[in-house]
Design a protein around this ligand. Structure first.
Ligand code: FES
Length: 144
């Protein structure tokens, strides 16, 4: 092995090590609680949210909500967990949960949806997809 081959080999090895560290360091804390291979629509095993994780702190308060993997998960003013698809069926803008009205609202054009995702007011004409939720301790499961 000559000097050039040696330097090429060392450079490639260092590059691989740096890339591996960068990729593992880029993983965000929120993603750790989610198995991307088991989300709704990918085998029906759903999402698992650890409510003790700061990323989901909003779900520990009535009226709070988070977006996870295209789903809005909310805690109603009565303390129940509900989940529907995040994208408004009109033009895809993210809906918000409004505890004061106990509904999902799209600020883009004013569509409103019930807690089950049914259209209450347009212009949207299709319901949001509803997901099931189940709380065990501090673990919230969201499934189809
Ligand atoms: S995108 Fe939601 S009402 Fe138009």
């Amino acid at each position: 092995m000559d000097r050039k081959q040696f330097m090429t080999l060392v450079g490639t090895s260092i590059g691989a090590i740096v890339l591996q560290h960068c990729l593992s360091g880029c993983k965000n804390e929120k993603d750790e609680a989610i198995d991307p291979n088991n989300g709704p629509g990918t085998g029906n095993t759903g999402l698992t949210l650890d409510l003790s994780n700061a990323a989901y702190a909003a779900l520990n308060t009535n009226g709070g909500y988070v977006y996870v993997s295209g789903i809005i998960v909310a805690r109603t003013s009565a303390g129940a967990y509900i989940a529907v698809s995040q994208a408004c069926t009109h033009q895809g803008v993210s809906v918000q949960y409004r505890s004061s009205n106990n509904d999902f609202y799209c600020s883009a054009h004013g569509s409103r949806f019930s807690t089950t995702g049914a259209v209450v007011a347009g212009p949207a004409t299709s319901a949001l997809k509803q997901y099931k939720t189940e709380l065990t301790g501090t673990t919230l499961r969201v499934t189809e």
